[in-house]
Design a protein around this ligand. Structure first.
Ligand SMILES: C[S@@+](CC[C@H](N)C(=O)[O-])C[C@H]1O[C@@H](n2cnc3c(N)ncnc32)[C@H](O)[C@@H]1O
Length: 302
């Protein structure tokens, strides 16, 4: 990788590279054929207060920026690499178009159904999901691990399933980190108990993505890394990671999160949920005793 390690804005923590800067600049400095999986969760251009990003740009400028990022990621990705692009459902058309235009092949439109109540509207149905488009470089992914999970039984089911359920493109079992107490221990907070990053993604979401679409040793990229959830999960799954974040405060936070793991970031508590997955040990290398972790098989991974 051609990244300048003398630069104080780049730090290596184990197999994780953390870069403070603009993702377009950072992507230019990465060698081609480096990235095997990307999680792209950019600001949604909805007027949120970001220190280093104008989140209220004219729509065409915003989508031009998105295309430039997607195009660069494609150039730096290996054959068969995967990308998961998260967005508001109202932008579905632009997301699909920008991925296609930059060389990605569509695989799934994942509905991430939120567990909190829908956002009401006077003129349309209340909104309750976010989209995550899964696409690949080339027609087929190099890696797609079919996950089975102990998804809770619907109320009218009498018999427990013996072998879990194969995941589909509707994800309604992952709780978002909301602003209130629901966000729990996982949400990173300041001294006053306020959340440091309102858009922090849950570990369970990234666990599903990284487990499904990469193998140990692969390189996972998050070009707009926020609190570093992607690298926090990737490193525990023995993947390498590259996190790029423009906000220096978030950069410091990611470094801290990776160098001294919080108990709340330990993904081992989510392992029982995927226990029906064939050859789980191969995609989730596991070297710690399970004694301290007794979990309910049917837990919702909230
Ligand atoms: C929606 S948030 C990502 C949240 C992240 N998934 C998490 O779990 O914390 C988008 C992030 O992109 C960062 N950002 C905005 N413009 C950027 C750019 N040009 N290059 C790198 N990061 C950028 C913002 O500072 C913000 O933290």
């Amino acid at each position: 990788m051609a990244i300048d390690m003398e630069n104080k804005k780049t730090e290596r923590i184990g197999e994780n590279l953390v870069i403070n800067g603009d993702c377009i600049e950072a992507l230019h400095s990465i060698d081609s054929d480096t990235v095997d999986l990307t999680f792209f969760d950019p600001p949604f251009n909805q007027g949120k207060d970001y220190l280093n990003f104008d989140d209220e740009q004219p729509s065409d400028e915003y989508w031009k920026w998105v295309e430039e990022v997607l195009d660069l990621i494609n150039k730096k990705s290996s054959a068969g690499a995967s990308i998961y692009f998260m967005q508001r459902e109202k932008n579905t058309e632009e997301v699909l178009r920008s991925l296609r235009k930059t060389g990605w092949t569509f695989q799934n439109l994942i509905i991430w159904r939120k567990m909190t109540s829908a956002v009401p509207s006077e003129i349309r149905y209340g909104k309750q999901f976010q989209i995550i488009v899964y696409a690949t470089k080339g027609d087929r992914p190099r890696v797609f691990n079919k996950l089975r999970a102990n998804i809770p039984l619907p109320k009218n089911y009498k018999n427990e399933r013996r072998n879990g359920v194969l995941l589909t493109d509707v994800w309604d079992d992952i709780r978002e980190l909301t602003s209130g107490y629901f966000a729990g221990d996982e949400a990173i907070r300041d001294k006053n108990g306020n959340r440091v990053h309102a858009q922090q993604s849950p570990l369970a979401l990234l666990l599903r993505i990284v487990l499904s679409s990469s193998l140990p040793g692969d390189t996972v990229l998050d070009p707009t890394a926020g609190t570093g959830v992607t690298s926090t999960v990737a490193s525990q799954l023995k993947r390498k990671s590259i996190s790029v974040e423009i906000d220096p405060n978030h950069f410091e936070l990611i470094k801290k999160r990776l160098s001294s793991m919080r108990k709340a970031d330990d993904i081992v508590k989510l392992r029982a949920y995927y226990s029906p997955t064939e050859k789980l040990d191969d995609i989730w290398p596991f070297s710690r005793p399970l004694d301290n972790f007794l979990f309910d098989k049917q837990q919702v991974i909230a």
